[in-house]
Design a protein. Structure first.
Length: 222
């Protein structure tokens, strides 16, 4: 499964990128609004740090405006993927943008039917929002499973991008189901690596090694 970071923070992206396992970035207007600086400059900077798909979202709500914004965003850098909300106007815009060869990430997907329409319109990625469904007491991971099952029957050139992942179990479940991509905030990404037994095991290895070295040095000096 490809791992994307769901953030517009250059500090977080730089830090995570050093680990060599970040395949792409997803941003949205809320994430960009949290950062200071020009959003386009931030997006371009992200493209310099991570050589993979970088989702940038349109804010127009009618197809014409979405297409205009999408063309502009895609022209900023070849890594930019145009993020379009899953509404009727978004489907129209997706059809146009994908026909022009621009990659679209259809976002705010909350049902298998929406995902099916996104794929039919030519979206390159479909983003089911797991955590936001959990928030309203609806099992978000089931949506990911449903979409994967549906896509397995057909030949859509559309990757399942599990989004709104809020904790490591979401990530593991998405991978277990065979989601193509999981996007997560830095806090979740960091938790993926941490395990207390790894830390305790490493501490003991190093202590044992130091003790052995000291014993060998003492023997040699006798
Ligand atoms: C994905 O593309 C979205 O930006 C993101 O995953 C939303 O996550 P949230 O529901 O935690 O805000």
């Amino acid at each position: 499964m490809k791992i994307f970071l769901d953030t517009a923070s250059l500090k977080e992206i730089r830090e995570a990128a050093t680990l060599g396992v970040v395949d792409g970035i997803t941003t949205n207007p809320s994430l960009l609004a949290k950062e200071s600086g020009d959003p386009e400059a931030i997006l371009l900077e992200i493209c310099q740090i991570v050589d993979g798909p970088i989702s940038a979202e349109v804010v127009a709500t009618e197809a014409e405006g979405m297409v205009r914004e999408g063309r502009h965003l895609a022209s900023l850098h070849e890594n930019i993927v145009v993020k379009v909300p899953c509404i009727a106007e978004g489907l129209k815009a997706t059809k146009t943008l994908s026909a022009e060869g621009k990659r679209v990430n259809m976002t705010l997907v909350f049902s298998p039917a929406q995902a099916l329409l996104a794929a039919k319109a030519g979206a390159r990625y479909v983003s089911p929002f797991v955590g936001r469904l959990d928030d309203i007491s609806t099992p978000g991971m089931e949506l990911v499973a449903d979409i994967i099952q549906i896509f397995d029957h057909y030949d859509y050139d559309c990757e399942v991008l599990a989004a709104s992942l809020r904790h490591p179990l979401h990530v593991v479940e998405a991978a277990r189901m065979g989601a193509d991509i999981g996007t997560m905030p830095m806090s979740v990404f960091t938790q993926l690596l941490k395990h207390p037994l790894t830390d305790a095991g490493l501490k003991r290895f190093l202590e044992d090694w130091e003790r052995t070295k000291a014993q060998l040095a003492a023997k040699a000096s006798r």
